[in-house]
Design a protein around this ligand. Structure first.
Ligand code: SAH
Length: 197
């Protein structure tokens, strides 16, 4: 269905998606559909994970930032392709569950933290690649700042209700950024700040 990069395909093969979905959805873990993960969030359908991963063209020595850890599934797939994966999530319970899964799968090159990922992770910047897994109205400027020259960022851009969103691939150039939309999608919104406890 459009995912042809062999490194991406073998990364997906190595990560058991059933470990990232809740019990009631176990029988659907290998269907090509998005599934609820708690806190009103969803894990993307596997095809979208594949296409976004492939679009990042990750090299094995790269440092990658993900915004929106969620279930941890996308982070786990990315961790197979890069040297180090940093991921930021704003919901504490989701983050705790994802970290537990990384431990069980012995994915030691993933580092997560609780926070507003639209501000990136300044202490670890710059990044070779950035993936945002929640939809923003505009490209968060902090993320462009934290991307290396010639770096690639993939994110869904558009409205919060998901009627009109597009995945875009951004390349940082000497004089700005190039933007290429490549797929209409429906993501949960990128929300600034932390939820009230
Ligand atoms: N990559 C996840 C997808 C989860 S859905 C997975 O594989 O399961 C998107 C996630 O982005 C949600 O968990 C949501 O809480 C998180 N999110 C939304 N806005 C955010 C922000 N500003 N900072 C960090 N995480 C955010």
């Amino acid at each position: 269905m459009g995912v042809s990069d062999t490194r991406t395909l073998s990364a997906i093969e190595r990560i058991p998606r059933e470990m990232f979905v809740a019990d009631p959805f176990l029988d659907q873990a290998y269907e090509n559909t998005a599934l609820p993960i708690g806190c009103g969030q969803t894990v993307s359908q596997p095809l979208v994970v594949g296409l976004m991963t492939q679009a990042l063209e990750i090299g094995e020595r790269m440092k990658v930032l993900e915004v929106g850890t969620g279930s941890g599934y996308q982070a786990a797939v990315l961790s197979q392709l890069c040297r180090r994966l940093y991921s930021v999530e704003r919901h504490k319970p989701l983050l705790a569950q994802a970290e537990e899964r990384f431990k069980r799968l012995r994915l030691h090159n993933i580092t997560c933290r609780l926070g507003d990922g639209s501000r990136g992770w300044p202490e670890q910047a710059p990044f070779d690649r950035i993936m945002v897994t929640a939809a923003a109205h505009d490209i968060p400027p902090a993320l462009v700042d934290q991307l290396k020259p010639d770096g690639i960022m993939v994110l869904p851009l558009g409205d919060a209700i998901g009627i009109c969103q597009e995945l875009v691939r951004i390349t940082k150039t000497a004089d700005g950024i190039d933007i290429h939309p490549f797929l209409p999608v429906r993501f949960v919104p990128l929300v600034e700040g932390l939820p009230e406890e």
